[in-house]
Design a protein around this ligand. Structure first.
Ligand SMILES: Nc1nc2c(ncn2[C@@H]2O[C@H](COP(=O)(O)OP(=O)(O)OP(=O)(O)O)[C@@H](O)[C@H]2O)c(=O)[nH]1
Ligand SMILES: Nc1nc2c(ncn2[C@@H]2O[C@H](COP(=O)(O)OP(=O)(O)OP(=O)(O)O)[C@@H](O)[C@H]2O)c(=O)[nH]1
Ligand SMILES: [Mg+2]
Ligand SMILES: [Mg+2]
Lengths: 272, 293
């Protein structure tokens, strides 16, 4: 009976295809389509706007950060290759432009040339750099970095860590240990643990967010590689399940290619 | 998920006693479960649609015999179809008639090309080849250094001349000939399929050197975007095989099916870790099982 008064099936099929292709995921897509099925045929021209409004309820508008600790310690974590090191380079430049005195630390003692990679970024953004080129103990680097940040009166300390799969418990424990060691120097640190997610990755990002949250507590998300064709829709499901704010978006490989998350812009981009 | 499928299929046909046929109505609902499972496994939406349609057609009208339960029959059809799609061709590394054999590695940013270069060199060494690593990522900070360090770790020569990309490869080919390296592995910078300048660079490498093997390296965790990127890379450089990395994760790996279906190219290798020895030859049945969960 209601069939004659609700939106056309083919329109809903197209919307479903768009949502799935954006990595929104099966569950969330089903929920959204269910809601759209109730829309009257007379409203069908407004369908896209109704969908956007629904998506907007899933995510808080512009996310804000806490700013009043010194040094503010940010630990960057995530699985392999998502863009942690590059993002630190970009953020250090961003924070410097905001007038902050930044120190970045290479606590990835595993990956070949990780030290060199971050050092180059520190030169590009003009910030101080700390690391141990022969180092084998990431927690030791984190410890030294925290000490140095306090001693040198830094505003922000960003610590780079090695990429690691959330399924490797020994590596997740290594991160938890790094947190403990940092706390020995600054009890409330790290004030932020930011999980860097690659927007080309699918539903596994949800498992990543869950596991990293369990092991080290994630306080914010950074979504990278949005200059590609991937939409990163999976962050909606993550935000819905874990309520973690999204702070920045990586939109390229250069120093200035990082923007603050804007939910309106993000949702519009998801659907075009 | 295979177990769940078997049980739910078993339920539908419990009502059919002894011998019976699988009908359209009783299979349609179960196919919805398969569709959900494949989408959750990151198989591309369009690829899922085609797969479901083909499998449904194959299953309808299949006779149930006393030797196998209906659930088992349907699951076997799905598994066989998936395995066939994934493993139609096995990849055999081509060698050049006049050395060195040139292997070109391409792919998006961060998918694991540099790590795979070391793994491949290690693999070839074990087969008594003498590979030469050639880093040509002159853009990303410390990319060349990264491969130099990995080369040292596996006691393999790395050729790195402070020149632009094409000159580097040219120099590497000469060096390989002079030093009896039978294979060179060219590690390129990660790039977006929509970056015209960088895609042009790849096309010119292909045109200038006609690599014997060109691999598209893809992150095993990739979502729906896998089809977009693979298609464009294939259209532009017609790669020979696919390498799927980070399969030591708990990702279901649906990208495997998406990329194979979209390009018709075979999966050659699987990356299962960060160390040089973490390389596996592709087994379609194992990946099929994993995608179905
Ligand atoms: N196009 C694009 N590429 C990016 C972006 N962020 C990072 N990259 C690239 O992604 C690749 C991986 O970046 P890294 O910073 O090394 O990633 P990572 O997380 O530190 O890697 P591991 O330390 O090995 O886990 C590099 O080629 C970067 O240039 C982005 O926003 N857009
Ligand atoms: N767990 C796991 N990690 C891997 C695998 N392959 C590569 N990695 C890791 O993924 C990250 C990126 O690897 P790279 O080899 O630098 O990737 P890439 O494609 O060369 O990156 P770009 O040159 O920046 O585009 C590193 O941390 C690697 O150790 C794998 O099979 N499993
Ligand atoms: Mg890094
Ligand atoms: Mg590389």
């Amino acid at each position: 009976f209601g069939k004659f008064f609700t939106v056309d099936e083919t329109i809903l099929d197209d919307i479903e295809a768009a949502l799935l292709s954006a990595d929104i995921g099966v569950d969330l897509t089903e929920e959204l389509i269910k809601k759209l099925k109730l829309v009257k045929k007379s409203e069908s021209t407004r369908l896209n706007d109704i969908l956007k409004d629904e998506l907007k309820t899933l995510i808080k508008p512009k996310q804000h950060e806490v700013q009043n600790v010194k040094p503010r310690v940010i630990l960057m974590v995530g699985v392999n290759g998502t863009g942690k090191t590059t993002s630190i380079g970009k953020l250090s430049s961003l924070f410097t432009k905001q007038g902050k005195n930044v120190l970045i630390a290479a606590a990835d003692t595993f990956r070949a040339a990780a030290y060199d990679q971050l050092k180059i970024w520190s030169v590009r953004s003009g910030v101080e750099f700390l690391g141990n080129p022969q180092g084998k103990d990431p927690a030791a680097v984190a410890f030294d970095a925290a000490r140095s940040a306090v001693a040198k009166n830094k505003d922000v300390l960003i610590i780079d860590t090695a990429g690691r799969l959330h399924t490797k418990s020994n590596l997740m424990q290594e991160l938890a240990k790094m947190k403990k060691v940092i706390k020995k120097v600054i009890p409330e640190a790290p004030h932020d643990v930011w999980l860097v997610l690659d927007s080309t990755i699918g539903q596994n990002s949800i498992l990543q967010a869950q596991e990293f949250t369990k092991s080290v507590g994630v306080t914010g998300l950074i979504l990278t590689k949005l200059d590609g064709t991937a939409k990163g829709g999976v962050v909606l499901a993550i935000h819905k399940k874990l309520n973690i704010p999204i702070y920045y978006l990586g939109v390229g490989e250069q120093l200035d290619d990082m923007v603050e998350f804007d939910s309106e812009k993000f949702i519009n981009a998801l659907l075009d | 998920m295979l177990e769940q499928l078997q049980n739910s299929f078993g339920k539908i046909v419990k009502t059919l006693r002894g011998e019976g046929k699988i009908t359209e109505s009783n299979i349609r609902d179960r196919m919805r479960d398969v569709r959900r499972a494949l989408l959750e496994a990151d198989v591309n939406y369009k690829v899922v649609k085609d797969f479901i349609k083909t499998t449904e057609e194959k299953a309808i009208g299949v006779k149930i015999t006393k030797s196998l339960s209906p659930g088992q029959v349907i699951v076997k059809i799905i598994n066989d179809e998936l395995t066939a799609l994934l493993g139609k061709q096995k990849y055999n590394l081509k060698t050049a008639s006049t050395p060195p054999t040139i292997i070109l590695l391409t792919g998006l940013q961060g998918c694991g090309k540099t790590t795979f270069a070391a793994k491949l060199a290690n693999h070839l060494k074990k087969q008594n080849h003498k590979p030469l690593l050639v880093p040509v990522d002159i853009y990303r900070p410390a990319a060349v250094q990264q491969l130099e360090i990995l080369g040292k770790q596996i006691d393999t020569d790395v050729y790195s001349e402070k020149k632009k990309v094409l000159k580097r490869i040219k120099g590497a080919v000469s060096f390989a000939r002079e030093n009896n390296h039978d294979t060179i592995i060219v590690d390129t910078a990660g790039r977006l399929h929509i970056d015209d300048k960088m895609m042009k660079e790849l096309v010119s490498i292909k045109k200038t050197f006609s690599p014997d093997n060109t691999f598209f390296v893809a992150d095993g965790l990739t979502g729906q975007d896998a089809v977009n990127t693979a298609k464009v890379f294939d259209e532009q450089i017609n790669f020979d095989g696919i390498v799927l990395t980070k399969m030591d994760s708990d990702a279901r790996g649906g990208a495997a099916l998406s990329v194979v279906k979209a390009t018709g190219k075979p999966i050659a290798f699987i990356g299962i870790g960060e160390k040089p020895e973490d390389l596996e030859i592709f087994h379609p049945d194992r990946i099929a099982n994993r995608i179905l969960g």
